[in-house]
Design a binder for this molecule. Structure first.
Ligand code: ZN
Length: 134
């Protein structure tokens, strides 16, 4: 489950279903953004920041920081064939060849490979290898 902001009213007219106060931000816990919005619509529900924090404490929820899977690469020696790279536009591809100053990459959804000069490398990100188990 995640916490979602389901209503934002800059005038502070959103009503908290817990304490009944009128606030700016209403939150809901759900498995997805779609579910959160559906629940908000159906139950006209959600809680203010104060009430959501109280609920999290009462129920003993733990907060888990999502692992950052992407690592910025600045050194060509760190790159290997088969690594997944992402450019600054968010496009993802697989390295299929490494030349002196160029990479051969097949971008997701593309049927041909593209040669990319490493002068762009600083803006490339590589998927981190798993760090032993969890
Ligand atoms: Zn409240």
């Amino acid at each position: 489950m995640r916490l979602y902001l389901v209503e934002r009213d800059d005038d502070g007219n959103a009503r908290c279903n817990g304490c009944g106060w009128r606030v700016s931000n209403i939150y809901l816990m759900a498995d997805s953004r779609e579910q959160a919005e559906k629940l908000h619509k159906e139950l006209e529900g959600g809680l203010c920041s104060n009430c959501i924090c109280e609920l999290l404490m009462q129920e003993g929820y733990e907060i888990i920081k999502p692992k950052n899977k992407w690592k910025e690469i600045t050194d060509i020696d760190e790159l290997k064939e088969g690594m997944i790279v992402k450019d600054e536009t968010g496009r993802q591809g697989v390295i299929i060849g490494i030349m002196k100053d160029r990479l051969e990459v097949i971008w997701k959804g593309a049927s041909y490979s593209e040669t990319v000069h490493i002068s762009y490398l600083e803006s490339y990100l590589v998927e981190k290898e798993e760090e032993g188990g969890r």
